[in-house]
Design a protein around this ligand. Structure first.
Ligand SMILES: Cc1cc2nc3c(=O)[nH]c(=O)nc-3n(C[C@H](O)[C@H](O)[C@H](O)COP(=O)(O)OP(=O)(O)OC[C@H]3O[C@@H](n4cnc5c(N)ncnc54)[C@H](O)[C@@H]3O)c2cc1C
Length: 429
C-alpha cells in the first residue's frame, strides 16, 4: 500500500471482460492498478466471439463506470422471435416482447454488443490519462504480451513468463476459462466439465444479407433476437454494431471425447462443418449459415460447482486464497443458456473495490478477510445462476417474473456497501 495515499496496489491477470471491468472499478475507487494480459497488441480484443448480450444487472454497472453504449454501437434488445427449425415458410411461431419493458422496470436496458467493441471501450476507460480533478483515479498500466505463469496467492505475488516477479496487495485472477492461476489458488488442478455441447460463432455484415430473398425472415425485422431451435440445437441470431453486423451462434451437441472438441478454444472449423451440424434445418436458415465467414467453434465447458466438487477439500470450492481472488470465467464458467457468464464477471468486478475503500489496510489479515467476505457475498448468487444456466439439454432459459426481478434488478454495489457496513459493525476486519 502507498502509505500516504491509502491506495492499494492491485494486480489483475487477464484483460478480458471481467479483468478490464475490475481494473476500471479499482481505478474509480482510487487504487493503483496494473493489468497483465498474455495477448500482444495485434491479438488483443480480436477474439472471434461474435456479440454478447448485456442484461440490465450488468448495464447498470457499466453505466456507473462511464461506459458509453452508443459509442460501442450497442443495439437495444426489445423483442425475441422464435422459429421452428424445419419450417421453410411462415413467420415466427412465437414473439415475446420481454426486452421492451426492461429499461423502464430496471432503469437500465438490455443491450447486444460486439465483444471487440466492448473490450476496446473498457480498455480506453481503463488507460485514459487522468485530468486534474476529474475524480476518475489514476490510469491503469496495461501490459500486453505478458503471460503470468505462476502465482503465490498468500504472498500476493505473480511470476511472468521470463521470470519477472510482480507483487501486489491484491491479486485478481481474471484469466478466463483456462485460468493459469486457478491451480495455485485451489492448490490443485481441477478438470472443467464438458457439457456435451459446443457453439459455432461468427458475424456477417448486414448489408450482405439485405438483397437475399431467402433471408426475408431475418431482414424483415433485423432488430431483435431470433431463436431457431429444436430439442437439441439452437441457432441464435442478433444484431450488433448499430445493426450493421449480425451475430450468429449455433449451439449443438458434440462428442466431448473427440479431440477437436476438447482442444483449447476456439478451433476454426469450416462453414461446411457448421452446415453439417444443422443439416436438417430449413433451407432458409441454412442459407444464413452458408454465408458465414470465419466460423469459430467453442466447446462449452463448465466449472464444477460446490455440489460436484470434493467438499472435504476446502480449496476445491473457493474463489479466494490469501491475497488472491478469481473472478469471471476463471471462477465460474457456465453455459450461455441464461446469458449471464459475462454479466457475472462484471458483477464480481464491481463488488471487489466496494469492499476495499481507500485507506483500507493492506495487512494480510484484512485483505484476506475482505476477500472471504467477497466470496460469501458472491457464491450464493453465482451458484444459483450456474445451476439455472447449466441445465444441459434444456436449452435457453426464459427469464421472466420473479426470476427476472432477481436477476436483472440486482444492484451489486448497493449490496456490497450494505454488507461491508454490517460486517464492520459486527467487528469484522
Ligand atoms: C457461445 C457463448 C455465448 C455467450 N453469450 C453470453 C451472453 O450473451 N452474455 C453474457 O453475459 N455472457 C455470455 N457468454 C459468457 C461470456 O462470454 C464469458 O463469461 C466472458 O467472456 C468471460 O470473461 P472473462 O473476462 O472472465 O474471461 P475471458 O474473456 O476469457 O478473458 C480472460 C483474459 O485473460 C487472458 N489470459 C488468460 N491466461 C492468461 C495468463 N496466464 N496471463 C495473462 N493473461 C491471461 C486471456 O488472453 C483473456 O484476455 C457466452 C459464452 C459463450 C461460449
Amino acid at each position: 500500500m502507498c502509505a500516504d495515499s491509502g491506495q492499494l496496489k492491485v494486480i489483475i491477470v487477464g484483460a478480458g471482460l471481467a479483468g478490464l471491468t475490475a481494473a476500471l472499478a479499482f481505478r474509480r475507487a482510487g487504487h493503483i492498478v496494473s493489468i497483465y494480459e498474455k495477448y500482444p497488441e495485434d491479438k488483443f480484443g480480436k477474439e472471434i466471439g461474435a456479440a454478447i448480450s448485456l442484461t440490465p444487472n450488468s448495464t447498470r454497472i457499466l453505466d456507473g463506470f462511464g461506459v458509453e453504449f452508443e459509442r460501442m454501437g450497442c443495439v437495444e434488445h426489445r423483442q425475441r422471435r422464435y422459429f421452428k427449425h424445419d419450417e421453410e415458410v411462415g413467420g415466427a411461431y412465437k414473439v415475446d416482447v420481454t426486452g421492451s419493458h426492461l429499461r423502464d422496470t430496471y432503469g437500465y436496458p438490455f443491450y447486444m454488443v460486439h465483444r471487440t467493441d466492448l473490450l476496446n471501450e473498457l480498455r480506453q476507460l481503463v488507460t485514459q490519462p487522468t485530468s486534474e480533478g476529474d475524480g476518475l483515479g489514476e490510469a491503469c498500466e496495461l501490459y500486453l504480451g505478458r503471460r503470468v505463469v505462476e502465482c503465490h496467492p498468500e504472498d500476493g505475488v505473480v511470476v511472468l513468463k521470463g521470470g519477472e516477479r510482480v507483487e501486489g496487495d491484491i491479486i485478481v485472477g481474471a484469466d478466463g476459462i483456462n485460468s493459469s492461476l486457478r491451480k495455485f489458488i485451489l492448490g490443485k488442478e481441477i478438470n472443467l466439465i464438458h457439457s456435451g455441447s459446443a457453439a459455432y460463432r461468427t458475424t456477417i455484415p448486414y448489408d450482405q444479407l439485405t438483397e437475399n430473398p431467402k433471408l426475408k425472415w431475418l431482414t424483415d425485422n433485423p432488430h431483435g433476437m431470433i431463436f431457431i431451435r429444436d430439442e437439441r440445437r439452437s441457432l441464435v441470431v442478433y444484431p450488433c454494431r448499430g445493426g450493421k453486423v449480425i451475430s450468429i451462434g449455433g449451439i449443438h451437441p458434440v462428442d466431448p471425447t473427440s479431440s477437436s472438441e476438447s482442444s483449447e478454444p476456439p478451433t476454426k472449423p469450416s462453414t461446411a462443418d457448421f452446415l453439417q451440424a444443422f443439416e436438417d434445418y430449413a433451407p432458409r436458415f441454412k442459407e444464413l449459415i452458408s454465408l458465414s465467414p470465419n466460423v469459430h467453434l467453442w466447446p462449452l465447458l463448465i466449472s464444477p460447482s460446490s455440489s460436484v466438487s470434493d467438499s472435504d477439500d476446502i480449496h476445491s470450492n473457493t474463489y479466494v486464497n490469501g491475497r488472491t481472488v478469481m473472478i469471471g470465467d476463471a471462477a465460474h464458467a457456465m453455459l450461455p443458456h441464461i446469458g449471464q457468464g459475462g454479466a457475472q464477471g462484471i458483477e464480481d468486478a464491481a463488488l471487489l473495490p466496494v469492499l476495499f475503500p481507500l485507506n483500507t489496510s493492506n495487512s494480510y489479515d484484512i485483505v484476506s478477510s475482505r476477500l472471504k467476505l467477497y466470496e460469501r457475498l458472491r457464491k450464493p448468487r453465482v451458484e444459483r445462476i450456474m445451476e439455472l444456466s447449466n441445465r444441459t439439454g434444456k436449452g435457453f432459459v426464459v427469464v421472466d417474473g420473479e426470476l427476472e426481478r432477481w436477476l436483472y434488478g440486482y444492484d451489486v454495489v448497493k449490496e456490497g456497501k450494505q454488507a461491508l457496513a454490517e460486517y464492520l459493525r459486527n467487528g469484522g476486519k
